[in-house]
Ligand binder design. Sequence first.
Ligand SMILES: *Cc1c(COP(=O)(O)O)cnc(C)c1O
Length: 391
Amino acid sequence: MTERYVYMDHSATTAVDRSVLEAMLPYFSEEFGNPNSLHMWGRKARKAVNEAREKVAALVGADAAEIIFTGGGSEADNLAIKGAAFTRRDKGRHVITTAIEHHAVIDAFHWLEDQGFEVTILPVDEKAMVRISDLESAIRPDTILVSMMFANNEVGTVQPVAEAAKICNERGILFHVDGVQAAGHMPFNVRDMGIDMLTMSAHKMYGPKGVGGLYIRNGVKIEPIVHGGGQERGLRSGTENTAGIVGFGAAADLALRRLGDGSIEEEVRLRDLLIDSVTSSIEDAYLTGHRTERLPFHASFCIGSLEGESMLLRLDAAGIGASSGSACTSGSLEPSYVLLAMGITHELAHGSLRFSLGKDTAREDIVYVAEKLKKIVADLRALSPLWENRG
Ligand SMILES: *Cc1c(COP(=O)(O)O)cnc(C)c1O
């Protein structure tokens, strides 16, 4: 038995909030109607889907008619990228993304490359920030699409999205943003920022898994990737996941409240406490990503001369859930492509750790994690020839 259990992997997923679960429950049984049916059962389900669409739209400053529900963030990324590229392929075949995107974006771009598109991958600086000058010089007359994430899942860095949007807007290039880590955690408005398409995912903001959303600015035309009954304005056929969509709406409501009630400011204080504790009390421990332009709930590190996996196992034994690299690539021996793109050495990248805080994380949790990590690092280093022989 450990002293406490501390889940600090909210970038991977979050628990469905009580209020969200309660909003969802009726839509599995009593209110089971198909939103496309004309009778009372159908109308009730349709009304619930429409209300959820309003709530998700309100979270990012969009109109309800600009939100398409999907089966998650990965699907929304694929719809945006493939859908935009195919609609515009007669205007040009050059598309741009960055070296630190989620696999849902990177792999969609690789697939486009197989289909005959030309892909430019923008590098990042040592803080995982894209340089706007690199974007400007990558743009060509035949560039049709740019995709840049709002904030990185592994190292928390928030990108200069508004500046990038402005450049794309001026040149008539579609601008897609993977906003999965940022939506519901940072206040922003898609219209003010000039974003054409924004990906969101319910399970990264206290909603259910398997539900996502794509904001598509009014007037932007894209091709669907799922064909069928024509639901979601023809862009995502299939009977709506009513309960999941209702849950996403409730999660968006909850997020909007949290953005306005001081919760985020407190999250930033706890995040900074963790960053300061780890970097000041552990020798050869470095913050990865940007110090201030970062997600409010995100603290990531590289710990010299150690393996992320061995630290994770010991943290787990101490009741602490964290991660190393991205959830999808952990278990592989290759260090994270995000850390390598930032110019971090292979050796140091192997010692990466990510702690992502949640709405229920308390100050005592931070103190507990910082103390345990310090002890774990000391214990592992006592056994480590790498540490013994460091330069
Ligand atoms: C989690 C995540 C996704 C994928 O969302 P799913 O809903 O899990 O498919 C995409 N992009 C980023 C940045 C993520 O963190």
